[in-house]
Write a protein that binds this ligand. Structure first.
Ligand code: AVI
Length: 299
């Protein structure tokens, strides 16, 4: 965090949003009228479920990257025929173990094999006792959009290596009217602003910092040249903030870049997938073409 704040262009990694409180805030965002991705993705999955089930086939091993509360996976588990197992991967250990236990109770025939890891790092995948027809990675929510281009490619390559002979079911947010994007990241209830400022609140609590939350403004906009939403926290005055013993100066209007959320055309994503060793086997979208669910096969 200190390194990011001491850079000439201040920047913090968005993965730190997701502690218990941050994850709850994000779940509330997902229910907002203005935040279309979650609702749209689930509706696509619902409509296309018979096709998804026949593509994945019986006895597949489902591997979810960043499983969080493991809610979306239930839709797949309810529909799939005799899955060989479910491997939820998440860095937040308490939530991971809680959700894994709840799933094991809800699906008594399913072998649940949780892995506590940063899913972009190198880690070993567990093997279930049942025979596995193919390994299927699941990465919903357009979280791939929170990766810059090179890290996105590296991460997809890592999945391709882990799922040889199998595939990846992924949610990808699409390019659209920037007004829709603007509303989704500047909601009227101010939840996204609260989510953004949660990074400062965490630093106050966990790193002995003294950010005044009302002296920073939530600023999110679509950058068309880079095809991404950029989320920033902008200093509302000249101020000095202390983190432990270290002082960080902010000028009026200076920003901390807290998140990017890239948006793709269908063609752009197919190109990214191809550079990472996948082909797009199926691409489904909603009637307004806001969001896509894609089934990629490892080449
Ligand atoms: C998790 N991720 C896909 C969300 C997004 O839309 O980029 C995070 C988010 N940030 C602000 N609102 C939602």
């Amino acid at each position: 965090m200190l390194q990011g704040l001491q850079d000439a262009r201040k920047e913090l990694p968005s993965k730190y949003f997701y502690d218990e409180v941050g994850s709850q805030l994000f779940e509330q965002i997902c229910e907002l009228d203005e935040y279309y991705p979650t609702r749209t993705e689930l509706s696509i999955m619902q409509v296309k479920m018979p096709e998804i089930v026949s593509l994945l086939g019986p006895q597949c091993l489902l591997i979810e990257y960043g499983s969080g509360s493991s809610t979306k996976i239930r839709m797949l588990l309810d529909a799939l025929r005799d899955p060989a197992g479910y491997v939820p991967i998440d860095i937040a250990k308490d939530q991971l173990l809680r959700s894994a236990a709840a799933l094991a109770t809800a699906y008594p025939l399913l072998e649940v094999l949780p892995v506590c890891a940063d899913y972009t790092s190198d880690f070993a995948l567990p093997s279930p006792t049942k025979p596995v027809s193919q390994r299927i990675a699941y990465f919903p929510g357009s979280t791939i959009g929170n990766f810059d281009r090179e890290p996105a490619k590296r991460f997809l390559q890592q999945i391709a290596r882990s799922c040889q002979g199998g595939g990846l079911l992924i949610g990808v947010d699409l390019k659209k009217d920037f007004n829709i994007l603007h509303r989704a990241y500047n909601d009227s209830q101010g939840l996204t602003a609260q989510f953004n400022k949660h990074l400062l609140a965490r630093m106050n609590q966990e790193l002995d910092a003294n950010f005044q939350l009302n002296q920073f403004g939530h600023y999110a906009f679509y950058n068309p040249g880079q095809s991404r939403i950029e989320m920033h926290l902008v200093s509302l005055k000249n101020q000095t903030v202390r983190i432990g013993d270290i002082e960080i100066a902010f000028k009026l209007g200076e920003s901390i870049w807290t998140e990017s959320s890239y948006k793709y055309t269908v063609e752009e994503f197919a190109h990214l997938a191809a550079t990472a060793g996948f082909t797009v086997d199926r691409m489904w979208t909603d009637p307004r073409e806001l969001f896509s669910v894609q089934y990629l096969k490892v080449v």
